[in-house]
Write a protein that binds this ligand. Structure first.
Ligand code: BGP
Length: 483
């Protein structure tokens, strides 16, 4: 029997994408390459072991510019949204989406970062996309920087480590807000701010560091610059009545592996710097006490400019957004680890995992919403959630993706319960309404969409779009709230 869920009438149901994973047209109309477009597709023996895709040297990146090795760079091609956006936006509307989250490619607007004037061709493309969304009645959420910092900014200016990049970013962000505030109500300055420094730094330096967190450790200065860049966007947004700015984090929900107090304490402590630190800075507006101790203990010195503390204090975000895919466990003595993630943490014997080792935990979403609401009392938005699966079209030109319907239903149910708990959750954009190139493993095979796209890992195929079973299911769900 169908179960009817309770959601507010104006709840924003939608889908999320990112420029480097959908657009293609990497060298069209003046665009520069981003770091992500310089990572080749590598066939992995074990899909869950992503380490091979992480071993690029600076020379590999330089060779990729003219593709000296004849490799395939999937994010240069995406799913050809650059040319097919009208068709895609019409499908999103048909699927019942009320909001579309997308990102702008910085390299289309300021290809080298230091130009005085923006590239009009780039602005024109996004204006056309936004107009199309409005025509279809879709609300828009824009991520200003979704991992794809232009390579010239990294190569010539050293990336986010250089304070001048804050100015380059802010000039870019201001242009977007000035040009598009009438179309775009919701703005996310930096995607997954707890990972984005990494996505830039990963490939060009610090390849000696073993774990993701060792790398983040060495990147707190870059992160400080991103916090400042974001606060500047919040400050600027106050000029406009109709727009809101949110943060965006890769939410890491962790539990103690068991009730051994040693493990419970370990989880509590790890959670501070792994997760709450980021929210605390962006919502409470200052570096929290435990981070100061952490920096001292680890000899980390953050260079601040005069006025930085006030800027952070005066400009907390309007809402919290986060991606939620999985949860994991923490123990003092590390046990068996999850697979396929950038951040490998402990397995949970009570949870099943996707083919890429991501542990599926709908109740963890309700837990997370409760935790964030309790700590911050700021409106919440789930900006990514979904499941990546190996899929093929069947003879009826569709995909019977009951597992996706199950995944979504179970998460929606927990969201509705969280709203009944009293939490202000105002929207959800699934990752993703349409198959895209994977951010982490750079393949097409890891499909998340309600819509199947006929490209393989080497961008071979017609590129045609086909509705999966979940497409009709979602469309009906948005109308009836029935799972
Ligand atoms: C998030 C990113 C997205 C996205 C998603 C799924 O971290 O913001 O860009 O792709 O994860 O990850 P993947 O594509 O690696 O499966």
């Amino acid at each position: 029997m169908a179960k009817k869920l309770k959601f507010p009438k104006d709840f924003l149901w939608g889908g999320a994408t990112a420029a480097s994973q959908i657009e293609g047209a990497y060298d069209v109309d003046g665009k520069s390459l981003s770091l992500l477009e310089m990572i080749p597709y590598i066939e992995l023996k074990d899909k869950k072991d992503l380490t091979a895709t992480r071993k690029l040297t600076k020379q590999d990146l330089l060779d990729s510019i003219e593709n000296k090795k004849g490799l395939h760079y999937p994010k240069r091609f995406g799913i050809d949204f650059y040319n097919r956006y009208k068709e895609d936006i019409a499908l999103f509307k048909e699927a019942g989406l009320k909001i579309f989250r997308m990102s702008v490619a910085w390299g289309r607007i300021f290809p080298n970062g230091d130009e005085k004037e923006p590239n009009q061709k780039g602005l024109e493309f996004y204006r056309n996309v936004f107009k199309e969304c409005k025509k279809q009645g879709l609300e828009i959420m824009v991520t200003i920087n979704h991992f794809d910092t232009p390579f010239p900014i990294v190569q010539n200016h050293g990336g986010w480590r250089n304070r001048q990049v804050v100015d380059m970013y802010f000039k870019y962000a201001k242009v977007l807000i000035d040009e598009f505030n009438e179309y775009v109500k919701y703005w996310l300055p930096i995607n997954e701010i707890n990972l984005s420094v990494l996505m830039g730094a990963f490939f060009v330096e610090d390849n000696t560091k073993k774990t993701v967190f060792e790398k983040i450790n060495s990147s707190y200065q870059d992160l400080h610059h991103q916090f400042i860049a974001q606060a500047k966007v919040v400050e600027y947004s106050k000029k406009f009545k109709n727009i809101q700015v949110g943060c965006m984090l890769a939410n890491s929900t962790t539990y103690a592996l068991d009730c051994n107090p040693i493990n419970v304490f370990e989880n509590q402590q790890k959670e501070l710097m792994r997760k709450l630190f980021y929210y605390d800075v962006m919502i409470k507006g200052e570096y929290p006490w435990y981070s100061l101790k952490y920096f001292k203990d680890n000899n980390i010195e953050i260079i601040k400019e005069k006025g930085d503390d006030e800027l952070l204090k005066n400009n907390p975000v309007d809402f919290i957004s986060f991606s939620y895919y999985m949860s994991s466990t923490i123990a003092k003595e590390e046990g068996e680890l999850t697979e396929g993630n950038l951040m490998k943490l402990g397995k949970n014997p009570f949870l099943e995992a996707s083919e890429w080792g991501w542990q599926i935990d709908p109740i963890g979403l309700r837990y997370t919403l409760n935790q964030l609401w309790d700590r911050y009392h700021v409106p919440l938005f789930i900006s990514e959630n979904g499941i990546g699966v190996l899929e093929k079209l069947n003879e009826k030109n569709t995909v019977e993706d009951d597992y996706r319907i199950d995944y979504l239903s179970r998460h929606f149910e927990q969201m509705s319960l969280a709203i009944e708990d009293g939490i202000n959750l105002f929207g959800y954009t699934m990752w993703t309404p349409i198959d895209v190139v994977s951010a982490g493993s750079n393949e097409m095979s890891k499909r998340y969409g309600l819509i199947f796209v006929d490209y393989d890992d080497y961008h071979k195929g017609t590129g045609d779009r086909f509705k999966k079973k979940s497409f009709d299911w979602f469309k009906k769900f948005v109308k009836t709230m029935e799972i």
